[in-house]
Design a protein around this ligand. Sequence first.
Ligand SMILES: Nc1ncnc2c1ncn2[C@@H]1O[C@H](COP(=O)(O)OP(=O)(O)OP(=O)(O)O)[C@@H](O)[C@H]1O
Length: 239
Amino acid sequence: MPPEATPLLQAHGVDAGYGTMQVLWGVDLDVKPGETVLLLGANGAGKTTFLKSLVGLVEARHGSIALGGQDIAHMRSSDRMKLGMTYMSELAVFPDLSIEENILVGAQALGHANPRRRLDELYGLFPVLRDKRRDAASSLSGGQRKMLGIAKALAAEPKLLVMDEPSAGLSPLFVKEVIRILNGLQGRGIALLIAEQNIGFLEVATRVFVLEGGRIRFSGTVAEMTDNEALRRAYFGLK
Ligand SMILES: Nc1ncnc2c1ncn2[C@@H]1O[C@H](COP(=O)(O)OP(=O)(O)OP(=O)(O)O)[C@@H](O)[C@H]1O
């Protein structure tokens, strides 16, 4: 990714919070088309709050947010989605709907012209979902449910997929599987912004932002992060 590429997403000086509590303090972050950006931070650092401010579930009190050059900071969440941003949270799937119905709901979110064709493409990426397509999503294992969440989000063909802790609740084996899937998405023209505590996700990232106490403490490439002794100590447990 050339450093001069125009950002797909550009957040600048974002403040946000709940009631009288300010959680985010002047957060700057950008994602270029097709790149994978990792937002690392401990519990309570403000990762979810920041992602929610991007997708319109929490109001940005100050600052600007642009998607594809368009100011979206005060746009309704559903309108932001129509511009090509999809949010995958913990509650990503509808447990009572079948696997296929879940994916079709995702495709409809952006009015996909040919949802059936999209289904076939996604089943190609996630064969286990094809095998179980008529089963209720609630019958899936945690890892399979995560796969369905990703498939449902991808069904909308987003330009930017925003993911909140895809590793949450998964065993190390399933975390590896999710990382493998995300690696497989590279080169398909979809940008990913992933909030995580699990540094295993550095494997899929081109750049990293570290959030601490609601402030960006570091931004740079993965190599620059691993070269930074203080971050190495904090995140890799190295002396
Ligand atoms: N709905 C809410 N109302 C009030 N305070 C909230 C709300 N959601 C989060 N907070 C507070 O905002 C701060 C940041 O929380 P946030 O969920 O954004 O952090 P996080 O980095 O995503 O943490 P985690 O990794 O534990 O999910 C925390 O102090 C949290 O208690």
